[in-house]
Design a protein around this ligand. Structure first.
Ligand code: ZN
Length: 115
């Protein structure tokens, strides 16, 4: 068995194999990216695929600290909506602790530059 990289959920603080978590990336040019396969650009923060953890993780102070970003409340709200929407879409899978992954593809690219 290969050793799994472990990451901490910023919502509940529990450690999980990183491919069991949703990755939130923040790129140098200020884009937010969500990926389900633990790959992505920029600084990453990880969160469990459940609404409770997403709610807890979308705390501006916490998220900005992890991403070394200065995201405003409106961008965080839109990120949260995207994350929750993602859970809704793959419902069923999520309940079994499994997310349907699109390999090598970010499921969300805000496409807006900060600043
Ligand atoms: Zn969690």
């Amino acid at each position: 068995m290969r050793r799994a990289p472990i990451r901490t959920c910023i919502g509940c603080g529990r450690k999980s194999q990183k491919w069991d978590l949703i990755r939130i990336g923040y790129t140098k040019d200020g884009r937010l990216l969500i990926s389900l396969d633990a790959k992505g650009e920029g600084r990453g923060a990880y969160v469990c695929p459940n609404p409770k953890c997403i709610q807890a993780a979308m705390n501006p102070k916490k998220l900005n600290r992890f991403l070394r970003a200065q995201l405003g409340q409106d961008r965080i709200d839109s990120l949260k909506a995207q994350l929750l929407g993602l859970l809704g879409k793959s419902r069923g899978g999520i309940d079994n602790g499994e997310i349907q992954r699109e390999k090598g593809k970010s499921t969300y690219d805000e496409g807006v530059r900060a600043g």
